[in-house]
Design a protein around this ligand. Structure first.
Ligand SMILES: Cc1cc2nc3c(=O)[nH]c(=O)nc-3n(C[C@H](O)[C@H](O)[C@H](O)COP(=O)(O)OP(=O)(O)OC[C@H]3O[C@@H](n4cnc5c(N)ncnc54)[C@H](O)[C@@H]3O)c2cc1C
Length: 280
Protein backbone atom coordinates (compact mmCIF):
# COMPACT_ATOMS: atom_id res chain seq x y z
CA UNK A 1 0.00 0.00 0.00
CA UNK A 2 2.86 2.38 0.83
CA UNK A 3 4.26 2.11 -2.69
CA UNK A 4 0.80 2.67 -4.15
CA UNK A 5 0.41 5.87 -2.12
CA UNK A 6 3.82 7.02 -3.27
CA UNK A 7 2.83 6.44 -6.88
CA UNK A 8 -0.56 8.10 -6.39
CA UNK A 9 1.20 11.22 -5.10
CA UNK A 10 1.98 12.40 -8.60
CA UNK A 11 -1.77 13.05 -9.08
CA UNK A 12 -2.84 13.75 -5.51
CA UNK A 13 -1.46 16.56 -3.33
CA UNK A 14 -1.52 14.39 -0.21
CA UNK A 15 -3.91 13.32 2.49
CA UNK A 16 -4.21 16.62 4.37
CA UNK A 17 -5.48 20.11 3.65
CA UNK A 18 -2.01 21.48 4.39
CA UNK A 19 -0.64 19.27 1.61
CA UNK A 20 -3.18 20.78 -0.80
CA UNK A 21 -2.33 24.35 0.24
CA UNK A 22 1.40 23.68 -0.26
CA UNK A 23 0.86 22.19 -3.73
CA UNK A 24 -1.46 25.07 -4.65
CA UNK A 25 1.14 27.65 -3.56
CA UNK A 26 3.78 25.76 -5.49
CA UNK A 27 1.55 25.88 -8.62
CA UNK A 28 1.14 29.63 -8.06
CA UNK A 29 4.92 30.02 -7.99
CA UNK A 30 4.96 28.49 -11.50
CA UNK A 31 2.37 31.05 -12.64
CA UNK A 32 -0.43 28.48 -12.45
CA UNK A 33 -3.87 29.01 -10.93
CA UNK A 34 -4.96 26.27 -8.46
CA UNK A 35 -8.27 24.43 -8.45
CA UNK A 36 -8.53 22.45 -5.22
CA UNK A 37 -10.80 19.45 -4.67
CA UNK A 38 -11.31 17.38 -1.55
CA UNK A 39 -11.49 13.75 -2.62
CA UNK A 40 -14.62 11.79 -1.73
CA UNK A 41 -17.63 10.62 -3.69
CA UNK A 42 -20.78 8.47 -3.81
CA UNK A 43 -22.03 9.23 -0.31
CA UNK A 44 -25.41 7.74 0.61
CA UNK A 45 -25.39 8.87 4.24
CA UNK A 46 -25.73 12.37 5.65
CA UNK A 47 -22.80 12.11 8.10
CA UNK A 48 -19.99 12.04 5.47
CA UNK A 49 -21.79 14.74 3.47
CA UNK A 50 -21.96 17.04 6.46
CA UNK A 51 -18.30 16.33 7.27
CA UNK A 52 -17.50 17.30 3.67
CA UNK A 53 -19.29 20.62 4.09
CA UNK A 54 -17.17 21.37 7.18
CA UNK A 55 -14.01 20.31 5.35
CA UNK A 56 -14.73 22.67 2.44
CA UNK A 57 -15.56 25.57 4.76
CA UNK A 58 -12.19 25.06 6.46
CA UNK A 59 -10.51 24.66 3.06
CA UNK A 60 -11.87 27.94 1.69
CA UNK A 61 -10.78 29.72 4.89
CA UNK A 62 -7.30 28.18 4.68
CA UNK A 63 -6.78 28.94 0.98
CA UNK A 64 -7.92 32.46 1.67
CA UNK A 65 -5.60 32.89 4.67
CA UNK A 66 -2.67 31.52 2.66
CA UNK A 67 -3.53 33.93 -0.18
CA UNK A 68 -3.67 31.14 -2.74
CA UNK A 69 -4.48 32.17 -6.29
CA UNK A 70 -7.15 29.57 -6.84
CA UNK A 71 -10.71 28.27 -6.67
CA UNK A 72 -12.45 25.16 -5.33
CA UNK A 73 -14.28 22.38 -7.13
CA UNK A 74 -16.80 20.00 -5.58
CA UNK A 75 -18.40 16.70 -6.57
CA UNK A 76 -22.22 16.51 -6.24
CA UNK A 77 -22.14 12.91 -4.95
CA UNK A 78 -19.89 14.19 -2.16
CA UNK A 79 -22.69 16.55 -1.14
CA UNK A 80 -25.53 14.04 -1.14
CA UNK A 81 -27.00 14.10 -4.65
CA UNK A 82 -27.71 10.37 -4.23
CA UNK A 83 -29.73 11.13 -1.11
CA UNK A 84 -31.79 13.91 -2.70
CA UNK A 85 -30.95 16.81 -5.03
CA UNK A 86 -32.63 19.43 -2.80
CA UNK A 87 -30.67 18.13 0.18
CA UNK A 88 -27.43 18.28 -1.86
CA UNK A 89 -28.17 21.85 -2.89
CA UNK A 90 -28.78 22.84 0.75
CA UNK A 91 -25.36 21.40 1.67
CA UNK A 92 -23.54 23.03 -1.25
CA UNK A 93 -24.92 26.56 -0.75
CA UNK A 94 -22.90 27.39 2.42
CA UNK A 95 -19.67 26.38 0.65
CA UNK A 96 -20.63 28.43 -2.37
CA UNK A 97 -21.40 31.39 -0.10
CA UNK A 98 -17.95 31.12 1.51
CA UNK A 99 -16.36 31.01 -1.96
CA UNK A 100 -18.46 34.00 -2.98
CA UNK A 101 -17.31 35.94 0.11
CA UNK A 102 -13.74 35.14 -1.02
CA UNK A 103 -14.65 36.36 -4.54
CA UNK A 104 -13.53 33.17 -6.27
CA UNK A 105 -15.09 30.77 -8.75
CA UNK A 106 -17.12 27.91 -7.34
CA UNK A 107 -16.76 24.92 -9.69
CA UNK A 108 -19.06 21.91 -9.88
CA UNK A 109 -17.47 18.71 -11.20
CA UNK A 110 -19.52 16.39 -13.40
CA UNK A 111 -19.68 12.73 -12.45
CA UNK A 112 -21.29 9.66 -14.04
CA UNK A 113 -24.07 10.10 -16.62
CA UNK A 114 -26.81 9.16 -14.13
CA UNK A 115 -26.03 12.35 -12.17
CA UNK A 116 -25.93 14.82 -15.08
CA UNK A 117 -29.55 16.05 -14.95
CA UNK A 118 -29.52 16.63 -11.18
CA UNK A 119 -26.08 18.25 -11.32
CA UNK A 120 -27.26 20.72 -13.96
CA UNK A 121 -30.36 21.42 -11.87
CA UNK A 122 -28.08 22.24 -8.90
CA UNK A 123 -25.73 24.30 -11.07
CA UNK A 124 -28.59 26.41 -12.44
CA UNK A 125 -29.86 27.15 -8.96
CA UNK A 126 -26.36 28.14 -7.79
CA UNK A 127 -25.80 30.28 -10.89
CA UNK A 128 -28.91 32.31 -10.00
CA UNK A 129 -27.33 33.06 -6.60
CA UNK A 130 -23.77 33.86 -7.75
CA UNK A 131 -22.41 34.77 -11.16
CA UNK A 132 -19.05 33.04 -10.65
CA UNK A 133 -20.20 29.43 -10.61
CA UNK A 134 -18.68 27.00 -13.11
CA UNK A 135 -19.93 23.68 -14.43
CA UNK A 136 -18.02 20.80 -15.94
CA UNK A 137 -19.54 19.26 -19.09
CA UNK A 138 -18.26 16.06 -20.70
CA UNK A 139 -17.72 15.55 -24.45
CA UNK A 140 -18.52 11.84 -24.17
CA UNK A 141 -22.08 12.56 -22.98
CA UNK A 142 -24.61 12.74 -25.83
CA UNK A 143 -26.73 15.51 -24.30
CA UNK A 144 -23.77 17.90 -23.83
CA UNK A 145 -24.31 19.67 -27.20
CA UNK A 146 -27.90 20.50 -26.23
CA UNK A 147 -26.82 21.53 -22.72
CA UNK A 148 -24.23 23.93 -24.14
CA UNK A 149 -26.80 25.41 -26.50
CA UNK A 150 -29.17 26.06 -23.61
CA UNK A 151 -26.65 27.15 -20.95
CA UNK A 152 -24.25 29.37 -22.92
CA UNK A 153 -26.78 32.11 -23.80
CA UNK A 154 -27.39 32.46 -20.03
CA UNK A 155 -23.66 33.19 -19.60
CA UNK A 156 -22.64 29.79 -18.21
CA UNK A 157 -19.02 29.27 -17.25
CA UNK A 158 -18.10 25.82 -18.59
CA UNK A 159 -15.15 23.48 -18.07
CA UNK A 160 -15.03 21.13 -21.06
CA UNK A 161 -13.56 17.66 -20.45
CA UNK A 162 -13.65 14.38 -22.37
CA UNK A 163 -15.33 12.54 -19.45
CA UNK A 164 -13.69 10.21 -16.95
CA UNK A 165 -16.51 7.72 -16.31
CA UNK A 166 -17.26 4.51 -18.17
CA UNK A 167 -20.69 4.97 -19.77
CA UNK A 168 -23.07 3.01 -22.02
CA UNK A 169 -23.82 3.88 -25.68
CA UNK A 170 -27.41 4.96 -24.98
CA UNK A 171 -26.17 8.02 -23.07
CA UNK A 172 -22.61 8.43 -24.25
CA UNK A 173 -20.20 8.25 -27.15
CA UNK A 174 -17.85 5.45 -26.30
CA UNK A 175 -15.15 5.41 -28.97
CA UNK A 176 -12.15 7.66 -28.71
CA UNK A 177 -12.72 9.02 -32.25
CA UNK A 178 -16.30 10.06 -31.46
CA UNK A 179 -15.37 11.65 -28.15
CA UNK A 180 -12.52 13.60 -29.74
CA UNK A 181 -14.84 14.75 -32.56
CA UNK A 182 -17.40 15.95 -30.01
CA UNK A 183 -14.74 17.73 -27.96
CA UNK A 184 -13.46 19.61 -31.02
CA UNK A 185 -17.01 20.64 -32.00
CA UNK A 186 -17.80 21.83 -28.49
CA UNK A 187 -14.61 23.92 -28.56
CA UNK A 188 -15.94 25.63 -31.71
CA UNK A 189 -19.20 26.34 -29.85
CA UNK A 190 -17.42 27.66 -26.77
CA UNK A 191 -15.19 30.04 -28.73
CA UNK A 192 -18.19 31.23 -30.78
CA UNK A 193 -20.72 31.62 -27.95
CA UNK A 194 -18.93 31.24 -24.60
CA UNK A 195 -17.80 34.07 -22.36
CA UNK A 196 -15.31 32.40 -20.10
CA UNK A 197 -14.53 28.71 -20.10
CA UNK A 198 -11.86 26.13 -19.36
CA UNK A 199 -10.33 23.87 -21.99
CA UNK A 200 -9.60 20.93 -19.68
CA UNK A 201 -7.52 18.38 -21.58
CA UNK A 202 -3.99 17.08 -21.89
CA UNK A 203 -4.53 16.08 -25.48
CA UNK A 204 -2.23 17.95 -27.87
CA UNK A 205 -4.89 17.88 -30.62
CA UNK A 206 -7.54 19.48 -28.43
CA UNK A 207 -5.07 22.08 -27.17
CA UNK A 208 -3.83 22.91 -30.68
CA UNK A 209 -7.43 23.43 -31.84
CA UNK A 210 -8.13 25.72 -28.88
CA UNK A 211 -4.98 27.72 -29.66
CA UNK A 212 -6.09 28.10 -33.29
CA UNK A 213 -9.57 29.21 -32.22
CA UNK A 214 -8.09 31.66 -29.73
CA UNK A 215 -6.26 33.36 -32.60
CA UNK A 216 -9.54 33.70 -34.51
CA UNK A 217 -11.31 35.00 -31.37
CA UNK A 218 -8.58 37.00 -29.62
CA UNK A 219 -11.05 38.71 -27.27
CA UNK A 220 -12.60 35.55 -25.86
CA UNK A 221 -11.23 34.91 -22.36
CA UNK A 222 -10.57 31.24 -21.60
CA UNK A 223 -8.11 29.12 -19.68
CA UNK A 224 -6.37 25.80 -20.09
CA UNK A 225 -6.89 23.36 -17.25
CA UNK A 226 -4.91 20.22 -16.53
CA UNK A 227 -4.57 17.78 -13.69
CA UNK A 228 -1.82 17.86 -11.10
CA UNK A 229 1.06 15.66 -12.20
CA UNK A 230 0.23 15.62 -15.91
CA UNK A 231 2.13 17.41 -18.70
CA UNK A 232 3.99 19.93 -16.54
CA UNK A 233 6.30 21.06 -19.38
CA UNK A 234 3.24 21.86 -21.54
CA UNK A 235 1.71 23.85 -18.68
CA UNK A 236 4.93 25.88 -18.42
CA UNK A 237 4.99 26.47 -22.16
CA UNK A 238 1.39 27.74 -22.21
CA UNK A 239 2.10 30.01 -19.23
CA UNK A 240 5.15 31.42 -21.02
CA UNK A 241 2.93 32.17 -24.04
CA UNK A 242 0.70 34.25 -21.77
CA UNK A 243 -2.20 31.82 -21.39
CA UNK A 244 -4.00 31.23 -18.13
CA UNK A 245 -3.33 27.71 -16.92
CA UNK A 246 -5.14 26.06 -14.06
CA UNK A 247 -4.09 22.92 -12.23
CA UNK A 248 -6.71 20.66 -10.62
CA UNK A 249 -5.30 19.66 -7.22
CA UNK A 250 -7.12 16.88 -5.34
CA UNK A 251 -6.31 15.89 -1.77
CA UNK A 252 -7.64 13.67 0.97
CA UNK A 253 -7.39 10.12 2.28
CA UNK A 254 -9.91 8.60 -0.15
CA UNK A 255 -7.75 8.91 -3.25
CA UNK A 256 -8.20 5.38 -4.63
CA UNK A 257 -11.18 5.93 -7.03
CA UNK A 258 -9.56 9.08 -8.46
CA UNK A 259 -6.24 7.27 -8.81
CA UNK A 260 -7.94 4.34 -10.59
CA UNK A 261 -9.57 6.70 -13.12
CA UNK A 262 -6.17 8.23 -13.90
CA UNK A 263 -4.57 4.81 -14.36
CA UNK A 264 -7.36 3.70 -16.70
CA UNK A 265 -6.97 6.80 -18.89
CA UNK A 266 -3.42 5.99 -19.75
CA UNK A 267 -2.49 2.31 -19.65
CA UNK A 268 1.15 3.35 -19.97
CA UNK A 269 0.80 4.65 -16.40
CA UNK A 270 0.27 1.10 -15.17
CA UNK A 271 3.55 0.05 -16.74
CA UNK A 272 5.34 3.04 -15.19
CA UNK A 273 3.83 2.12 -11.84
CA UNK A 274 4.95 -1.50 -12.03
CA UNK A 275 8.45 -0.36 -13.04
CA UNK A 276 8.63 2.05 -10.11
CA UNK A 277 7.60 -0.79 -7.74
CA UNK A 278 10.32 -3.06 -9.09
CA UNK A 279 13.02 -0.40 -8.82
CA UNK A 280 11.75 0.44 -5.33
C1 LIG B 1 -8.94 20.35 -14.89
C2 LIG B 1 -9.66 19.07 -15.14
C3 LIG B 1 -10.87 18.83 -14.52
C4 LIG B 1 -11.57 17.64 -14.77
N1 LIG B 1 -12.81 17.46 -14.22
C5 LIG B 1 -13.55 16.41 -14.60
C6 LIG B 1 -14.89 16.26 -14.18
O1 LIG B 1 -15.44 17.08 -13.42
N2 LIG B 1 -15.59 15.18 -14.63
C7 LIG B 1 -15.04 14.26 -15.48
O2 LIG B 1 -15.73 13.32 -15.91
N3 LIG B 1 -13.75 14.35 -15.86
C8 LIG B 1 -13.00 15.41 -15.45
N4 LIG B 1 -11.70 15.50 -15.89
C9 LIG B 1 -11.04 14.33 -16.54
C10 LIG B 1 -11.33 14.27 -18.01
O3 LIG B 1 -12.68 13.93 -18.25
C11 LIG B 1 -10.45 13.21 -18.69
O4 LIG B 1 -10.74 11.96 -18.13
C12 LIG B 1 -8.96 13.46 -18.55
O5 LIG B 1 -8.65 14.81 -18.64
C13 LIG B 1 -8.21 12.73 -19.69
O6 LIG B 1 -8.63 13.21 -20.93
P1 LIG B 1 -7.71 14.12 -21.88
O7 LIG B 1 -8.58 15.18 -22.47
O8 LIG B 1 -6.54 14.61 -21.16
O9 LIG B 1 -7.35 13.18 -23.07
P2 LIG B 1 -6.84 11.68 -23.18
O10 LIG B 1 -7.53 11.15 -24.37
O11 LIG B 1 -6.91 10.93 -21.90
O12 LIG B 1 -5.32 11.89 -23.46
C14 LIG B 1 -4.98 12.37 -24.74
C15 LIG B 1 -3.52 12.55 -24.89
O13 LIG B 1 -3.00 13.46 -23.92
C16 LIG B 1 -1.67 13.15 -23.71
N5 LIG B 1 -1.44 12.81 -22.30
C17 LIG B 1 -2.34 12.42 -21.42
N6 LIG B 1 -1.75 12.19 -20.23
C18 LIG B 1 -0.45 12.46 -20.40
C19 LIG B 1 0.69 12.44 -19.57
N7 LIG B 1 0.62 12.04 -18.28
N8 LIG B 1 1.88 12.76 -20.08
C20 LIG B 1 1.98 13.13 -21.38
N9 LIG B 1 0.95 13.16 -22.22
C21 LIG B 1 -0.25 12.85 -21.74
C22 LIG B 1 -1.33 11.96 -24.56
O14 LIG B 1 -0.87 12.43 -25.79
C23 LIG B 1 -2.68 11.31 -24.71
O15 LIG B 1 -2.75 10.47 -25.81
C24 LIG B 1 -11.00 16.67 -15.64
C25 LIG B 1 -9.79 16.93 -16.28
C26 LIG B 1 -9.13 18.09 -16.05
C27 LIG B 1 -7.85 18.32 -16.78
Amino acid sequence: MGLLIRFAHQWVAGETMDDAVQVALEANRRGIHALVNHLGEHYHEKAPVEATVQEYLRLVAKLRAADVDGDVSIKPTQFGIFIDKEYALSQIVPVMDATKAWGRIFWVDMEAASTVADTIWIYEDLARRYDRVGLCLQANIRRTGADLERLLPAGARIRLVKGAYKETPDVAFTSRAEIDREYLQHLDTLFANGKHFAVASHDGRMIAHALELSQQHPDVPFEFAMLQGVRDPLKAELVSQGHQVTEYIPYGPTWLPYFTRRLRERPRNILTMVRSFISG
